[in-house]
Write a protein that binds this ligand. Structure first.
Ligand SMILES: [Zn+2]
Length: 101
């Protein structure tokens, strides 16, 4: 399978290892932006709720979403739901999208 959504090399360096979950999160984030018809987060108007729990590989998945969307935990734009699933809800004030890869 080919995808146009390939994470930038610096994202792998940031994670400090290569596993498939950061690219899966990255691709999910990019596809969510396309489906919602919005661009990467510029300030504080877009939120993501990953349905992940704790530990690896779930945080790799979340980092991929952050790299793709620029909605970050540090900016308060992401909040885990702790459902233990590799899924996420993408929330924009005028649009909502739930995705399960
Ligand atoms: Zn990983």
């Amino acid at each position: 399978m080919k995808t146009k959504h390939i994470p930038p090399e610096w994202a792998f360096e940031f994670r400090r290892h290569r596993c498939p979950f950061m690219p899966i999160g990255y691709r999910m984030g990019k596809l969510a932006l396309e489906y919602l018809g919005i661009e990467r987060e510029k300030d504080h108007g877009f939120f993501v709720f990953p349905e992940i729990g704790i530990g690896h590989p779930q945080m790799c998945f979340a980092d991929g979403i952050q790299v793709a969307t620029w909605a970050t935990y540090a900016k308060g734009l992401m909040e885990k739901t702790f459902y233990g699933k590799l899924a996420a809800t993408f929330y924009h004030p005028k649009k909502v999208l739930s995705v399960i890869p």
